[in-house]
Structures are given as C-alpha cells and as structure tokens.
Design a binder for this molecule. Sequence first.
Ligand SMILES: [Cu+2]
Length: 749
Amino acid sequence: MMLFTKRLLVFSLAILLFGAIPQDTNAQQTLNDVKKERGLTDTDVLAATKTFMPRGGRDEYFGFVGTGNSGTMAVYGIPSMRIYKYVGVFSPEPWQGYGFDDESTLMLKKGSLDNRLYKYGDMRYPALAETNGKYNGMYLFYSDGANSRIALLGLDDFETKQVLMHPLFVNAYPGVAVTENTEYVIQTSQYPTPWDGMAADVNADFDSKFKSGVTFWKFVDTEDEAGTGHHIGRMIKEESFTLELPPYSLDFFDAGRMGSYGYVVGLASKGGKNYVYIVDFKTLSTLSTKPVNDFAVVSLKDALAANAVAMIELPTAAKSVKVNPDGKYFITAADESFVFDFAKVKDAFTNKTYTGNADGGIPVIDNAAVKHGSIKLGNGVMDVVFEYRPGIVYSSAFNDKKVIRWNYETMKIEDELALSFKPGQLMVPQGLSAEPHSNYLTVVDKEGLYDNLAEIGPVRPSYQHLIDISSDQMSDIYTMSIPQANLYGSVAVLRTTIKPIIRYPLGTNTRTGEISIYKTVAGQEKIEREGNRVHIFGTMIRSHITPEIVEVNEGDIVTFHLTNLERAEDETHGFTIDTYGKHGSFEPGKTASLTFTADRPGVFPYYCTEFCSALHLEMEGILLIKPKGYKGKKGAVEIVLTDAELQGYKKNYEDKLEVIAATQDVINSVVTFLKENNYQDYPYVEALVVDAFDQLGQAASSKEKHEKYAAEGKWKDAFLWAEQYWQYQVKTADVGLRAKKLLEEKISE
Ligand SMILES: [Cu+2]
C-alpha cells in the first residue's frame, strides 16, 4: 500500500490554499514581444482572441460530431473547439465501461443481430431532439450505416440510452432526421438489399427482390416513473413503421417543419438518374401495414395508391438536401443547387400534376413547376447550411476551395471565402432547426494538408475549421483536430439549452434511468452464493472498495454489483479486475454490474482505475479464485500487518490529524468571511456554499469511524478513514474558497 508522507500532505494543502500554478513568469513579456517572437500578424492575434477561453468563461455552444467508423461521438465546445468527451455509441468504449459492464453490454446486444457485440459502427449525421422545430437539448440520435442500427443518447448525462437493430435493412444511411416535435426519428436504407435475409441474384432479382425504405421510429418522451426527475425517452419498435420503396440508393434526407410538417425529402438515385424523393408520412401513418420480420411495413402499392410518395428529377447528383428554418423551402447541395418550394410541391401532390413515372412506378413531379430557383455555385459543391439571417445560406465548394454565402430568396451570391483546404460538410449551430443561432460556421476538412500541422504518419485525424461569419468579411479562425475520427456532419446547440446533471440518484442504472435492483448502500455490502452463482454487492467511496476481499471457486459465475456512494462532483471511480478484462466506470450514484466466469484460478487484485483522490491507490481489493480441490485456510484471508507497518500507519494517522486541523482552520476562516459579507445575498455564491456544506455533511460517519478504529489500535483503518474525512474537508474547502473568490468579485463590482 502506498504510504503518504507528511511532507506531501502539507504540500497538497499548500496547493489548495495558494494554487498550483507557478507565479506568472512571463509577466514582463508584452503582447508585442510574443507577436514578434512567434511571427504573428494582427489577424493571427485577432483569430486567437476570438477562440481563447479565459478562466471562468464557458463555451457558447455544445457541438456533437460522430467519429464515423469509430462508432463514438465527440462532444466539443464552440468557439474554443476543445473536445470535452468521447461517448461510446455503436462501439464499446472502455473509459466509461460502455460494452464492458452488464448494463451497457445488454443494451448493445439487444440492439444487434444474433446477440453479437459489434465493435464498431459508422455514424455520420446526427439529429438533436426538437420541440416545435427547436432543439430542446434533451436527446440526440444517430444511425449506424455499417450495422444498420439506430441509437438514442440522453443529454442530461451524455450517455447512450438505447440501441436498436433495424429489423429489415441490412445497411442504413448513416444519418437521421426528426420530425418537429420528435414524434418520429427517421432512418433510411442506403444501398438496396433483399429484406427477408435470403440470397437473391443481384442482376436477375434486383427489381423484384431488392428494396429500399424509409423508417419512422416512434419516439416517446416519458417522465421517469422512479421519480428521479429525469425524462427517459425511448424509441418504440412496436409503434414504428417502414415505407417500402423500389431499389433506389438513398442518400441525405431531412424532415419538413411548420408549413411542411409531415414531409420527408431525401436524395435517391437509380440507373444513372438522380432524384429528390418526397414522402408524406402524415398520410403514410394512417395506412394499414403488414408485418415483415415482425416490423410494420407500408407497401409501395399502398403508398402509391394513397398518393404519399413522389420524385423530382435532378439534372445531376446532389450531395445534400436540407429544409430551411421556416420550412418553406428545401435546397439541394450541388454544383447547380436547386431551391424547391414546398407550397408548389404540395399543389403538385394535390393536383397530381405528374409528368410520368420513375422506376417502380413512383410519380415524377416536374422540376421546373416546383422550383423557386436554381444557382450555379462552383465545382464539387458538398453541403448547404442555414444561419439566423433570413434567406442566408452557405455552401462549400470542394474543388474550388471556397465557402459561398448566398441568398436563397433572391438567388444571388453575396460573398465568398477562399480557403487553404478543400471544404466538406458545414454546420452552423442550430442551423438544422427552426432557430439557427450563431455567428460561427464549422467546415470539415478531411485532408488536413496544411502548413501548421505536424506529420503523424499515414493516418491523420479529421479537422474542422471554425469560420467567423459575423461580418461581411468571413474569416477562418481555428483549426481543430478530432482524433480517431472520420468526420462528416455535426450539430450544435446553445450550451444553456442542455441541463447536465452532476450526480445520479443513488443506485441508478444509467442505461435504463431506473434505480438498479443491485443498489447497495454503505453497511449493506454482502456476498451471496447460490450453487456456483456468486453475487457481490459492493460499494465504492474514497478511498475504499467494500468488500476488500472476495473468495470464489474456480468455475463460479461471479457478478460484482457496485454502487458509487459519492455525492461529490466529479468523483467517478473506475473498477477493474486484473487480467480478467472486466472494467466499469462508476460515476457518483451509479450502480453497474460486471459478470464473468471465474475460469482462471489465482489471486487477482481489483482496484479503482480513476485518479479519484491522492489516495486512490488505496481503493483496492483481492479476488481469490480457489482452484478445484484447493485446500486453503478456512474462512476469510486475513492480511496481518507487521509491527513496523502498524506503527507506520499510526504515524500517518497522527500526521493526518494535524492536516485535518489545519484544513479545518481554512474552512473556518472562509466561513467567517462568507458570513460577514452576507454571502446569501448572491445566489451563485450561496449555491456554492450549500454544495460545500453538503460535502462536509457527508463526512460525519468517516470521523466516527477513524476515531473508533484509532481507539481500537487499528491504525491502518483509522488512517484510511481519516484520509476519507480529509477528502471531504478538502472538497469543502475547495468549494468554499471558490465561493469566497466569487464573493470578493461580487463585492468589488
Ligand atoms: Cu477511486
């Protein structure tokens, strides 16, 4: 066990009191010195100041981008472009135990074919949940093109909550869209395949047996019945349906809103012809369905009879099609981009002014009759995105290395920004909602061939550039690298729209949102055995894993059910069993389980993998797996300390008491200051003070324990519980000092 010296303790306290940062050694250097030294221009400095995040600052937007075939999602801030988190979605992700603990593994297996655990996905274009066409900050959806799955993420904890396998599609388009109140999450196929899982001849049977489709996953947002205060949204497979389409290759799509609510528009191609398909799902949802592979299907025949699907032919393939914020138009991204008018499209449906049929008998609406206008934008036009100014839209021209600002009402180009790279997908925060909100545009750069990036071998990360679009002069102000990613689309929302939680209600199964039946509270830890099935109900709190010793027999099926008892901010514990490949992450309040067969006898330490406190190495225990026929000592293994070790712990304990007293002095002085200056008059300060004392409120039982063990001469336990008590004190002091600093700032304002 790690011995903690007094000097280190005092040093830790010094850091707490005075800050770990060395004094500003560059104070003499001026901005001009740095500019000169680094060869920076005024433009460079201006760009840097637009993205620099000062202490106390917060990013204005949360950005979400899928990592493509890595199967994870990166969360980042705009304008700082700092990555906050990678979230496992379609791939196992060890840091958060995703696909490692029983809860997430079960979720992933239920959402796969034949119970297999896929190790990757292909996720490109996410959609945020909407209320009245605006982002509500609660959920996010992804489609897995490679393994035909769909995922729901909760944004109160930034975790994946549901993964479903598509019952019909063998592959899916790796993008999703939602209807304006998230009634449905829409997913389509990409490449046509037979639906019945049977072999078919790709030439002879293509038109008869291969199909494509558009699926409407019913989404229901319910208040959590366990009373945890969180919403638990779910896609309901039994209430979802798929529209059967002829074997077209399907590409990007979007959903109408407001005036165009009820329509889905997307790109389709077949036999060298390119179309925008238009689907009227309001009508589709009233039609009768027949089950295919236990999933409701609206047949093409019925959809055609109900006049619920049509096509508009395009002269060339488009790369994207998006509905504008107020839902009046949909716009294609192509060298010649088309702006189509939904009102005219509706008239064409109503009056059936079709000019003929596309493959599969789908009626074709005359392009000229429904377009608002078209415009030649450049070469290799990839994407289109909206901003808050009415009529303004941006397009990327890959081959021309430029971003074009144009007006889709007047059909005129307003401005262009020449770039040093070939631009791909575009994103303006909230630009895919009814409420675009930003002066920022992000642009994907797949090649990363520039002059300010280091070479790192054949595979490079993807890049996103941040473009300032606030003025007439657009400017490229930041290059962000996103490692382990193959970037496509992204979405972003005002940071304040999302309300992240700090801790879970104690015992939460974070995947279901329910209180786990395996929740364990302090003092209730136990090991239960029935035949060869062993359940360990354990707890984790600085700096203990309880129980510390577990004995099982070779061949037993063992489950560790662990609950993190912490109530403090950011006190996550990890848990791993050496060489067993079992790992979990336990955020404050979370309960998760790790099941394995004890098929390898021996002694296996288990420990906390997070740096949860200075004493986190004390969070360890021993799993003894007794080989068949093992004749060991009966009963629990006792670890006997030598006299020297015992005295060492006694000394540590006594040192700790001194540190505890010194820390208490700090807390007392902070409390005096806060009270004398009426902290309760300042809501933010008051909130910090409440949090600080919540920490100290947790400490009482640790104090009782260290005093009890000290009285019994059990110095190791006394020291560990004293350390625990001190951890709470440190948290209290830390939050208290932040409150004091804030109060000082408020007073001086
Ligand atoms: Cu820990």
